[in-house]
Design a protein around this ligand. Sequence first.
Ligand SMILES: [Fe+2]
Length: 375
Amino acid sequence: MGQLFHIEESQYLQSFEHLISSFSVQKYKHKILIVDDEKDNLQLLTRTLRSEYDIITASNGQEALHQVEKYGNDISLIISDQRMPIMSGTDLFAKVRMLYPKIIRILLTGFSDVDILIESVNKCELFQYILKPFEPDELKMIVQNGLRVYDLANNKENLLSDLKELFFTTIKSIASALDAKDPYTHGHSQRVTIYALIIANQLDFAESVLEDIETAGLLHDIGKIGVPEDILRKPGKLTDIEFDLIKQHPARGKQILAGIDKLANIACWVNSHHEKWDGWGYPQKLKGEEIPAAARILAIADTYDAMTSDRSYRKGLPHEVAVEEIKNCSGTQFDPSMVEIFLQVAKVFEQAKENPEKYYQTYSLLNKSISLKKD
Ligand SMILES: [Fe+2]
């Protein structure tokens, strides 16, 4: 019995090893859709490619579109005949290009179609066309090249999106670590970010600038990392020395961020978020438009949140009072044109204050690009 068990056990282990090795040897197979109304042609194409690729077929454009709908971006490449009933190959590709532009498109065509083909090539951005009758080896090579282009494009895209995700999660965790230094400023960085984005969305900023404003909002107080917690949390009046220390945080923030090339502009905005329109802010006493627009937006967002949030020593001010205060400081502390925009969207500030998570989901661009990737 023991022997039998032993044999069974070793057989089990062997087959397990086999299973593991077959998994590791198994290579990812690209899915290729072949579209042709002539059965013989469809079979020949399938025979030529099936050992290396996962082949699906369709006998006309309509059927092909159904396959594309079903498999979406699982399809890496489509080979289609040009002359088919219902829909031509180029018409099919024009539709595929709209739906799934990443799929590589190769057209099979006869000599007599070449003129029409040249006209329609732009319409569907072909990777290549193959003249019939084709050489199987030539076809294999063209397919291989197409898939190489496909892989390169996708790897680059994945790599960029992975980097973006890493960057964003790092920034988010720095922001929450920062907010956690003082329970009374919990969520401050996120709320300032939302408020800044609400204003920025009213202006004609490019998407990449909005992303930078989001990053700057999350990191605007990063320089406080160097300020002792008992000073940050101190309920009473600060001494001059303590206040001086706190006043160093924009410059410290700049120092921290300036080491990263990609964050050079953000570092500059962080440095300027306590500057005042009339030149009485810090650290550089910049005046008017010397202060970067993003920093002028951050200043309003930051002040609104500071006024409306509870502190250890006082309750937060009501929304209306904060709005009045910002209005009164137009032209002294704040850029009048930014205050004007703030007044137009002040209602949204009030709603976002009640439900920051929801509003962050709506306004965040960095978060959105990551959720899109996960979908
Ligand atoms: Fe600050």
